[in-house]
Ligand binder design. Structure first.
Ligand code: ZN
Length: 424
């Protein structure tokens, strides 16, 4: 009996791994994993996912933004749905596990329940979110925002690199953008949303733990900054008489690093750094840089950005350099519901895994769904130093098997009807 049980479990993990590789064939660039919104590769993947959902005993629908939604009916039609899923678009030259694990893992688990004739007193929906990364139209989380009812109509005017608007790309893919509001889930219809995702970082790997429970998804603030000093001859202007924009930017950057290093789970990154028209023999008069600050705790992030803004002012006064700091993006953190985190903890303990909680520095679909339902996430360890958004992204089959065990245990103990009292 236990041998059959173990065989069934390992068959699930084998299927998940095989399908991750099969789905990687739907790519825009040979030899790379690139699948952006509504391209032929993207539509091919959607068709394949829908077929696997049907094979697993689910009814399948596609909504107006191209989300593929598989529904495994429960025994109580009135019960709110347990929703799970993740995204099937990728960054350019990304990995094959990011997003896809959170779609393919529940499909295989549901297939195994379906074969055993097992139903739950609540329906389960697996959502393959059509767009999360924001690559093609520079607008992220289109799929989860549509379901959350927070899709912004203005992004329909965004164009891709070929100048095609999102609106026209949708129509060409037989989607009806006028129906996007109808894709929103009714309030109270989702008991919980749980997302399984690779960690995309090195924490679990370094601690030799296969799985982690997410406490919160970090909020983020992004800025574009400009420093304007005085360009001058690199040979003739004495050091004490310079107004070097790049050195002001450098002092600022080191402050960002030092300020963010003080608090665990607070991170600050300057990812773009340009000296327009810079030359070897010219003192930089102009520097443009980006700043991205994230934290699981909004108060920590806001305290940091306040300090960073004050320090920018101080540096610029001292160096007689002008600066502007424009906020380009801001999103609050999404806290994972306590009762759902405890559900993961209990499942991990029953399976015999150590419980490790950690915040998510990366954004995820769950963040958008948090607007309408309690959310939680389970992280699965990555290999190769935890690298992601990179072809070197990896995940072990044993870890996928454990994640499937934990997910199945979680669902088998889930109580969709007592959630409203627990969310208070
Ligand atoms: Zn992802």
């Amino acid at each position: 009996m236990s041998i059959n049980f173990n065989q069934a479990k390992s068959a699930i993990a084998t299927e998940i791994m095989e399908r991750l590789h099969l789905l990687a064939q739907h790519t825009e660039q040979d030899g790379m994993m690139t699948r952006t919104y509504l391209t032929p590769a993207h539509r091919g993947a959607a068709g394949q996912i829908a077929a696997w959902m049907r094979d697993a005993g689910m009814s399948v629908r596609r909504d107006a933004v191209g989300n593929v939604i598989g529904r495994y009916e429960g025994t109580n039609e009135k019960a709110p749905v347990l929703m799970t899923g993740s995204h099937f678009d990728t960054v350019r030259n990304g990995g094959i596990y990011d997003g896809l694990l959170g779609i393919l893992l529940p499909i295989s688990c549901i297939a195994s329940w379906h074969q055993a004739g097992k139903r739950f007193p609540f329906p389960i929906e697996v959502v393959a979110f059509s767009e999360e990364e924001g690559v093609r139209f520079k607008a992220p989380m289109l799929g989860s925002r549509a379901i959350a009812g927070t899709f912004e109509q203005r992004v329909l005017k965004h164009t891709d690199d070929q100048g095609l608007t999102m609106l026209d790309a949708m129509k060409a893919a037989d989607l009806d953008p006028s129906q996007i509001p109808a894709a929103a889930a009714a309030r109270g219809s989702i008991a919980a949303f749980v997302e399984i995702h690779i960690e995309q970082g090195p924490v679990l790997l370094n601690e030799e733990l296969p799985l982690g429970v997410v406490t919160a998804i970090a909020g983020a603030t992004r800025y574009m900054l400009e420093f304007k000093g005085v360009a001058g001859h690199a040979g003739t202007v004495p050091m004490t008489m310079r107004h070097d924009a790049a050195m002001a930017a450098a002092e600022f950057a080191l402050y960002v690093e030092q300020r963010c290093s003080r608090i665990p789970n607070l991170v600050g990154t300057i990812g773009q750094w340009n000296v327009p028209n810079g030359a070897t023999n010219v003192i930089p008069g102009h520097v443009v840089l980006s700043l991205d600050v994230r934290a699981g705790d909004d108060a920590e992030r806001l305290a940091a950005t306040t300090d960073i803004t004050a320090e920018l002012e101080r540096i610029c006064v001292q160096r007689d350099v002008r600066s502007t700091m424009k906020k380009t993006y801001e999103t609050s953190s999404a806290v994972c519901a306590d009762w759902l985190q405890q559900g993961w903890h209990a499942a991990l303990e029953r399976i015999g895994c150590e419980v490790r909680s950690l915040p998510s520095g990366a954004g995820h679909d769950a963040m958008a769904i948090a607007a309408i339902a309690p959310i939680a996430m389970l992280f699965v360890r990555c290999g190769n130093g935890g690298i992601s958004h990179n072809p070197l992204e990896t995940m072990e089959m044993q870890d996928a098997a454990l994640a499937a065990d934990v997910f199945m245990d979680f669902v088998e103990h889930f109580d969709a009807l007592s959630t409203s009292s627990k969310t208070e």
